[in-house]
Design a protein around this ligand. Structure first.
Ligand SMILES: [Mg+2]
Length: 181
């Protein structure tokens, strides 16, 4: 990747963010759903760490059936921790953890919609939006990219630079990064 590619990614990200602002997705004050988002992310976290163990070939017993209770406890701990010691970004800016949780749970939601289209054999079907000439697969992949770019811009992260550097780093990693999937 070249530096000019970084700029293209960042310009697109800014445009995506501006559209989200115009449509009310960056209202100050939150939605009242932060606690739910934090709980759902704790639940996703448990599922993801199970998958990560499978990817690494670490023998795992079946998924813990108490996963909902474990996630509830982790969400309580997270809420307690951020109340006692709220994260502060370099430069003194307070990180809005609830807002971050909403961003991430929305991102996961788009990935789930992609899976739903796959599981219902609808990847190549036209998406259900009027005047939108995209297949379900194209639409959900675009949604994922748009959510990601919006988050990066909202957090003032240089996404183009990060992708370039991480992509270069990935070239140096072993086959399948040493994992099974
Ligand atoms: Mg979608």
């Amino acid at each position: 990747m070249r530096i000019s590619d970084e700029l293209v990614i960042n310009e697109l990200s800014q445009e995506v963010y501006d559209v989200a602002v115009d449509h009310g997705f960056h209202n100050p004050g939150g939605s009242g759903l932060d606690g739910d988002a934090i709980f759902l992310l704790a639940l996703h976290g448990e599922l993801s760490s199970y998958w990560e163990k499978l990817r690494k070939g670490v023998a795992v017993s079946p998924l813990n059936p108490n996963i909902i209770e474990i996630a509830k406890q982790k969400a309580i701990l997270t809420n307690r921790l951020i109340t006692l010691k709220p994260p502060i970004r370099e430069g003194g800016e307070l990180v809005d953890v609830g807002r971050m949780a909403r961003f991430i749970v929305n991102l996961i939601g788009e990935a789930s919609e992609l899976w739903e289209a796959t599981s219902e054999n609808k990847l190549d079907q036209l998406c259900d939006k009027e005047h939108c000439d995209l297949s379900c697969e194209e639409e959900e992949l675009a949604d994922l990219a748009i959510r990601l770019m919006d988050l990066a811009t909202a957090r003032r992260v240089n996404l183009g630079r990060a992708i370039r550097i991480k992509s270069e780093y990935n070239k140096t990693r072993p086959f399948m990064h040493g994992k099974k999937a």
